[in-house]
Design a protein around this ligand. Structure first.
Ligand code: HEC
Ligand code: HEC
Length: 319
């Protein structure tokens, strides 16, 4: 443990404090000298004998001093340092959300070309399209799919398996904790309201009034050509700047967006990025067209890590 300038200063402050203490308790003034022992600890030594009362005061003062020194010696994590370390993990989590397919910590768990931010726009800071704002306030929440209460971390891991068509990272792994910390940070200061119906936050996308059986796929195809293909391409495979919307490199059929109803609701608030002006009917038609294409089939067992890395996961009600 090194003695930084700051700590030496703190010691001097303590010494000054103790000297004052001694001054009050004893007459004549005792002269205290500060020495340093082998381990670098400061201690006080009386230069000459003094009266009993003064001794008590000095003794008390020294106790204070020692308490202070012990506190310093143990290098307590100050509030600022805590925030620093937490802030770093939160930042890491955001980087993973943004670059899930390429980040060294997350890429092994992703099985397609999608980053979390591909659907949770602006890293989940978009107020409507898959927002993470306020999300953490809803957890732990009841999940009908798992038929049990799940945590926000569980929820994060599910998106790795389904939307990212990848492998569920181990519970408590660095990547899982970082992403969960980031998402939690976007609810800082908000009151908790655990969701007893389903695992979604207060800003979850609302379903549209139109029903999937009203969808017109043909109309959806022509709308896709005019409103979507310039970015996601006619073949749905996207390019360097735009993610694939169907096929092997897109979300699997166990993902939230694989439901026409969910995709329509998401499109309505998310696409096209600069002009979200689709009517409910258009969003539904396009969603039906996009989801009429082939995409990876979700088989739970193929998305779980080795048993010893899984932790507890109740999959009894999984499809
Ligand atoms: C293909 C699009 C897509 C991708 C990619 C995706 N998600 Fe999601 N995610 C969704 C949708 C859609 C929902 C809401 C599903 C629902 O309502 O059932 C959701 C829900 C969530 C929720 C719960 C939100 C809430 O309101 O409670 C979390 C947390 C989450 N995703 C995290 C992630 C993380 C972390 C990643 C990246 C590892 C990711 N998602 C990747 C589409 C996606
Ligand atoms: C100007 C380009 C552009 C247009 C037009 C556009 N998108 Fe996107 N789309 C994107 C980008 C970019 C993303 C990824 C979000 C991000 O990284 O911010 C995305 C994400 C998506 C996603 C989620 C990720 C995935 O690949 O599955 C879907 C689904 C999607 N768009 C469908 C559509 C549909 C349907 C339309 C037409 C109504 C459309 N988009 C129009 C650029 C575009």
């Amino acid at each position: 443990m090194g003695m930084t300038a700051e700590r030496v200063q703190a010691c001097h402050f303590f010494q000054f404090f103790c000297n004052q203490f001694t001054l009050i308790g004893s007459k004549p003034l005792d002269i205290l000298t500060t020495k340093q022992n082998e381990s670098g600890m400061f201690f006080q030594q009386l230069a000459k004998p003094r009266q009993q009362k003064g001794f008590q005061a000095t003794f008390t003062g020294t106790l204070f001093l020692m308490a202070g020194l012990i506190a310093i010696a143990q290098e307590p994590v100050t509030k600022e340092q805590t925030n620093d370390k937490l802030a770093k993990v939160v930042k890491l989590g955001e980087a993973i959300v943004e670059n899930t397919t390429t980040h060294p910590m997350s890429k092994e768990y992703v099985g397609n070309a999608l980053n979390c931010t591909s659907c949770h726009l602006n890293n989940g800071r978009h107020e409507k399209a898959g927002t993470f704002l306020g999300t953490a306030t809803a957890y732990p929440a009841w999940s009908p799919r798992e038929d049990r209460v799940i945590t926000l971390e569980d929820r994060v891991l599910n998106c790795f398996m389904r939307s990212c068509n990848g492998t569920r990272p181990p519970l408590g792994s660095e990547v899982s904790v970082a992403v969960t910390a980031y998402i939690t940070s976007l609810s800082q200061g908000q009151p908790l309201r655990m969701n007893s119906n389903r695992p979604v936050g207060p800003g979850a996308i609302k379903l549209l009034a139109v029903k999937p059986d009203q969808a017109d796929i043909k109309r959806g195809a022509s709308l896709y050509t005019s409103r979507c293909a310039e970015c996601h391409q006619k073949d749905g495979q996207g390019d360097n700047d735009n993610p694939p919307v169907w096929g092997d490199r897109s979300y699997n059929d166990g993902a939230g967006l694989s439901s026409v109803e969910n995709l329509a609701a998401w499109l309505k608030v998310a696409m096209p990025p600069d002009a979200t002006d689709l009517t409910d009917e258009q969003a539904l038609d396009i969603a039906a067209y996009v989801n009429s294409h082939k995409r990876p089939h979700f088989e739970l067992s193929e998305h779980l890590p080795a048993k010893e890395r899984l932790g507890e996961y109740n999959a009894s009600k999984e499809k």
